[in-house]
Design a protein around this ligand. Structure first.
Ligand SMILES: [Zn+2]
Length: 327
């Protein structure tokens, strides 16, 4: 008993020393602005403004320095020109930066580089106007699905087209499946199951902890033991409205400082060569690892019941959750 206790304390001390030895930094990013929600919400200007106010009010005291990536085409065409600039101003008022995530969340695997770049251009004006009105500049670009082109020709055409437009690619190191938990959370909201919403949120925090347990040492393998500044991908949705503060607390407890995207990208790791070309949207940690000729180690998967509930209609959610004994 005593020996187990001493071993446990020693292990905890070692973990704490490792954390303190690392200068942990993370740039938080939220994709899919204005919000991941149903079509009715995306056609409701008052609701979209309320969502933007609530989400940024949640973020503001946390001082995240986050960058948010916009899909202008998520907002109904009839309301877009009136409401999108106002929504983006709410985000900028809260001290957040904005980037382009294409107009329609286009999938490069199903289109040509020309059509993709036209969608990039269509996604720019609202964010650019909102930024330039404050003396800021639209420079960040985030690929939908993290797909960067599944053939060398498409990959190179996208990279050249984005560079020619002056965009800086916003890579992701801490990729995860928050969107999958977010989908299941929306289903729990639809059926009004508060207990299930709590359970999904708790499973989300546990999963995000497991992601860090794997990805922190994995990232340090690229840099001789030093953990690079990370870029965390999350989505603007109701799950993160409710649960991002707990994710934030998780990072704080592990010694992270929250830095702007530009500060994270100043880490030399982001100059690493990237020869990854595949029909898959993966973390830049995996791209660099493969470029270095080492095997990719994938991160943890969400619990089976979250995966099953993501694939099923909301009407089956409670039955799926009831059949699981694990959190
Ligand atoms: Zn997206």
């Amino acid at each position: 008993m005593m020996r187990a206790l001493i071993c446990g304390l020693a292990a905890a001390l070692l973990l704490a020393q490792t954390a303190m030895a690392q200068d942990r930094r993370v740039a938080v990013t939220f994709d899919d602005l204005p919000f991941q929600a149903d079509a009715v919400t995306m056609c409701d200007p008052a609701r979209l403004m309320a969502i933007a106010h609530d989400f940024t009010a949640m973020l503001k005291p946390l001082d995240t320095h986050a960058t948010a990536f916009v899909n202008a085409g998520r907002v109904c065409e009839a309301q877009r020109d009136a409401v999108l600039p106002r929504v983006l101003n709410v985000w900028l008022d809260a001290g957040l930066d904005l980037g382009n995530h294409t107009f329609s969340h286009i999938n490069i695997h199903r289109t040509t580089p020309e059509a993709y770049l036209a969608d990039v251009d269509a996604g720019a004006p609202a964010a650019r106007a909102a930024l330039e009105a404050r003396g800021m500049r639209l420079r960040w670009f985030r690929h939908p699905y993290l797909f960067t082109g599944e053939t060398p020709a498409k990959h190179d055409a996208l990279a050249a087209g984005l560079a020619q437009r002056g965009y800086v690619i916003a890579p992701v190191t801490l990729d995860n499946n928050d969107w999958m938990f977010g989908d299941v959370y929306r289903k729990a909201e639809q059926i009004g199951d508060e207990a299930l919403k709590q359970r999904i949120g708790a499973a989300y925090v546990a999963y995000m902890t497991a992601v860090l347990d794997v990805m922190e040492p994995y990232s340090a393998e690229l840099t001789g033991g030093r953990e690079p500044a990370q870029v965390l991908l999350l989505h603007a949705n109701s799950l993160n409205q409710a649960w991002y503060p707990q994710i934030h607390a998780l990072y704080l407890a592990r010694g992270y400082r929250f830095v702007p995207l530009e500060a994270a990208l100043a880490d030399p790791i982001y100059a690493h060569a990237d020869t990854f070309v595949a029909a898959n949207g993966v973390s830049w940690l995996h791209r660099w690892t493969q470029t270095d000729g080492r095997p990719i180690r994938w991160g943890p998967k969400p619990p089976a019941w979250i995966v099953a509930a993501n694939a099923a209609p909301a009407s089956e959610l409670e039955a799926i959750a009831a059949n699981q004994t694990a959190p």
